[in-house]
Design a protein around this ligand. Structure first.
Ligand SMILES: C[C@H](O)[C@H](C)C(=O)SCCNC(=O)CCNC(=O)[C@H](O)C(C)(C)COP(=O)([O-])OP(=O)([O-])OC[C@H]1O[C@@H](n2cnc3c(N)ncnc32)[C@H](O)[C@@H]1OP(=O)([O-])[O-]
Length: 719
């Protein structure tokens, strides 16, 4: 919908009306066509202003319409009509002008933005490209390199940067509509030919081919198999090499290749899933809209190791006052320095003052007596954490929320160390905690909805994608990682190499394969967990490490490397070799290959040829199968929760939607059939045994993902 009014006597004011972001739905597009026609035919109107209701210009095309048959007037001719108008049209940009919203503004003759506005063409993040003239008008307005940057990254720019780039003509700190109306009056009657961007020649950088080859190479590398960024470069190239009309044809052609692609569906699924996970629910019926968070003004962090420091920075950057506690003097001094450095670098990047004064440091845990919420981040040892929770329970004032950053330990067991287990939840950050977007908020059976609501709200305040999950070993992310890693180890036993497994996973889109990731995070981390699970000790009478533990197949490969001090990057040797401890460039290690051959010979294993498909099916389907068990157990409320955890915390390629979305794309029947196939081949690997929820979904015709919750609900009601 678009509202029309005449203001200041001679200005036609068109207001887009489609809350919350005035997306260009069919009704809004029709409204624009009608109101523009009205303004142009109204003799009293000398100029026109287009603005958006509720302080936001336009969030672009209506993404919700993409899944259905698009109706209503198409965008391209609608914008052409505005550009061709014989009266000046001024866009008054407040809040956001994104995607089709910015393309609409680029069709206008002038653009006035509020200083707090954000502008951009983020279509590439939805697996698309700017298909309403953005790839043809923006390069003509701001030049090819700048346009390539905005279109291939999809990043939002501030009004100040937009002015500097030439995207907008004026920036105001006051009412943008008033400024735009005044401006529109000032340009009434002035010639417009020089303001029709599509008629501009596109500046041709002298080294055009070299520029595009360079950008294409960079884009292909960072895209990791995503097709939209490549198409964006091709579309802008058309702007630089062809007349506008042909360029628009090329833009349309390329968009057609993307619009129905699986990647576009995956990325648009992620857009909505990212927002859906904030609408959390718990098996006991507590929900986001019925549980009121309690405000947190003062927080504390206990333990200033790597995670504690990152959490302190993330909290301080929200403007909260933070008490950072570390009992070891040396560790405290190092932490102070590290935290200040992280805050200063972050502030410089964001162009704000560092929140150094928000943090006070102490060696005495008594200092946290008066805070609203505490996050414990001491060493991952249950004994130590229990002691800290007992101390906090006696020190903190009544009602203080006690949160733990444990990545796998039993949150409810820690809650038992206090008198108020309802105030205890897990807040599982991912390293580096001030950078990684994911936060698993872990509720135990006694955690109160208010504790979960407060932790979720604090997560949002820290700019995190917070996902509420139930308490179980490894919660969601690490629990699914176990079968994934286990399969990778088994594949090495059967003939694969770390290079082959990692290459298959990186070609799938992961930034790092499982073995390079293991070398980065340290093989000793997993070793400690396996020891904790009582898995990594006993050897067979033959002296050979047993390959059956706790009644299931087990691969001691990781343990054997750790026993030789091969912890990965930190020791310069792991699954790969590195120039020196701490260096990051992985090189194949002949020692590792002969070690694997020796290991297979000792265990009577015969290496066989393993291809990428088997690597992907075994590693990813085992992980997905555990995802179905997690849904069955009610640990995660829906597939979106699992998918956002893997996209934001474990490097699952966003253009593949997430493990559960991917399973739907592959076909649940196919996933089930392949798991059965591998389980028959490896009956001693329970993680490959298809989960009953998967059977049930396939039996009910493999419903689309958004219908899974109904099947899960029915399953729980029958349990
Ligand atoms: C031809 C053309 O070339 C092409 C093809 C296109 O134009 S493709 C489209 C390109 N546009 C985009 O990529 C911009 C997408 N939106 C955003 O980046 C953000 O929304 C925002 C504008 C910066 C506001 O952020 P926010 O934090 O204040 O609120 P929110 O929670 O994010 O959003 C509030 C609510 O609005 C919904 N929403 C937001 N943008 C939407 C859109 N473009 N279409 C439909 N719904 C949208 C969102 O799902 C949420 O719904 P619900 O969860 O409440 O039910």
């Amino acid at each position: 919908m678009a509202k029309y009014s005449r203001v200041s006597g001679s200005v036609g004011l068109i207001t887009l009306q489609n809350p919350p972001v005035n997306a260009l739905s069919a009704a809004v597009r029709q409204g624009i066509v009608d109101t523009v026609e009205r303004a142009l035919s109204d003799p009293k109107v000398k100029s026109v202003v287009i603005c958006g209701q509720n302080g936001i210009f336009c969030g672009g095309a209506d993404i919700k319409e993409f899944g259905s048959n698009m109706s209503g007037p198409p965008l391209v001719p609608m914008i052409h009509a505005i550009e061709a108008a014989n009266k000046p049209v001024v866009a008054a940009i407040e809040g956001s002008a994104l995607g089709g919203g910015l393309e609409l503004a680029l069709g206008c003759h002038y653009r006035i933005a509020h200083s707090k506005a954000r502008l951009g063409l983020p279509e590439v993040t939805l697996g698309l490209l700017p298909a309403a003239g953005g790839t043809q008008r923006l390069p003509r307005l701001i030049g090819v390199p700048a346009a390539l940057d905005l279109i291939t990254t999809g990043r939002h720019v501030t009004a100040a940067e937009a002015l500097q780039l030439g995207v907008v003509d004026q920036v105001t700190d006051h009412s943008t509509v008033d400024a735009a109306v005044k401006f529109a009056q000032s340009v009434a009657g002035k010639p417009l030919d020089a303001r029709r961007i599509s008629t501009y020649p596109c500046p041709r950088p002298s080294d055009l081919d070299a520029l595009f080859e360079g950008v294409m190479e960079k884009v292909r590398q960072s895209a990791r198999g995503a097709i939209a960024p490549v198409a964006c470069v091709q579309a802008v190239r058309a702007a630089a090499t062809q007349p506008y009309t042909q360029g628009m044809e090329r833009e349309k052609e390329l968009m057609a290749t993307l619009f129905t692609s699986g990647q576009a569906r995956a990325l648009q699924y992620c857009f909505f899933a990212q927002r859906a996970v904030s609408r959390w629910s718990m098996p006991n019926g507590a929900r986001w809209d019925t549980s009121k968070p309690r405000p947190v003004h003062k927080a504390a962090v206990i333990g200033l190791g790597t995670m504690g420091r990152g959490i302190t920075v993330a909290l301080a950057q929200t403007g909260l006052s933070v008490i950072a506690v570390e009992t070891q003097e040396k560790q405290l001094m190092e932490a102070k320095q590290a935290v200040s450095g992280m805050l200063e670098r972050g502030a410089k990047r964001r162009g704000v003052a560092p929140a150094l004064d928000r943090i006070s440091y102490s060696r005495d845990i008594q200092a946290v007596a008066d805070v609203d919420l505490v996050i414990e981040a001491v060493f991952e040892d249950m004994g130590l954490k229990k002691k800290v929770f007992q101390q906090l329970a006696s020190i903190c004032r009544p009602g203080t929320f006690l949160c733990t950053n444990t990545s796998a330990l039993d949150v409810d067991h820690l809650a038992s160390q206090t008198h108020n287990p309802e105030l205890v939840v897990g807040m599982h950050f991912f390293a580096p905690a001030h950078v990684m977007k994911l936060l698993e908020v872990v509720y135990g059976p006694r955690s109160s909805p208010q504790a979960v609501a407060t932790a979720m709200q604090l997560g949002k305040k820290m700019g995190k994608i917070s996902v509420a999950v139930g308490n179980c070993p490894g919660f969601v992310g690490n629990r699914m990682l176990k079968p994934y890693m286990e399969q990778a180890f088994f594949l090495l036993e059967e003939g694969a190499t770390p290079e082959l497994v990692d290459r298959a996973l990186e070609e799938f889109g992961f930034p790092m394969g499982v073995f390079r990731m293991s070398d980065l995070s340290g093989l000793d981390v997993g070793w400690r967990v396996r020891k904790g699970d009582g898995l990594s000790e006993p050897g067979a009478p033959s002296g050979q490490p047993a390959r059956i533990r706790q009644g299931r197949r087990y691969s001691p490969l990781g343990d054997l490397l750790c026993e030789q001090g091969r912890f990965g990057q930190k020791t310069g040797r792991g699954w790969y070799q590195y120039n020196k401890p701490g260096s990051r460039v992985a090189r194949s290690d002949p020692w590792l290959h002969s070690f694997l051959e020796g290991y297979r010979a000792r265990h009577g294993l015969v290496a066989r040829r393993i291809d990428n498909q088997e690597v992907l099916e075994r590693c990813l389907y085992a992980l997905i199968n555990e995802g179905f068990r997690i849904l069955e157990d009610g640990i995660a409320a829906g597939p979106e929760d699992i998918d956002m955890i893997y996209v934001f915390g474990y490097g699952w390629p966003r253009h593949r939607g997430g493990p559960m979305f991917y399973a739907g794309m592959v076909g649940l029947g196919k996933v089930l059939e392949r798991l059965e196939h591998y389980h028959q081949a490896h009956p001693d690997v329970p993680y490959l045994k298809p989960c009953s929820l998967l059977w049930r979904l396939v039996a009910s015709g493999s419903p689309p993902l958004h219908k899974w919750r109904e099947v899960i609900k029915k399953l729980h009601s029958q349990l």
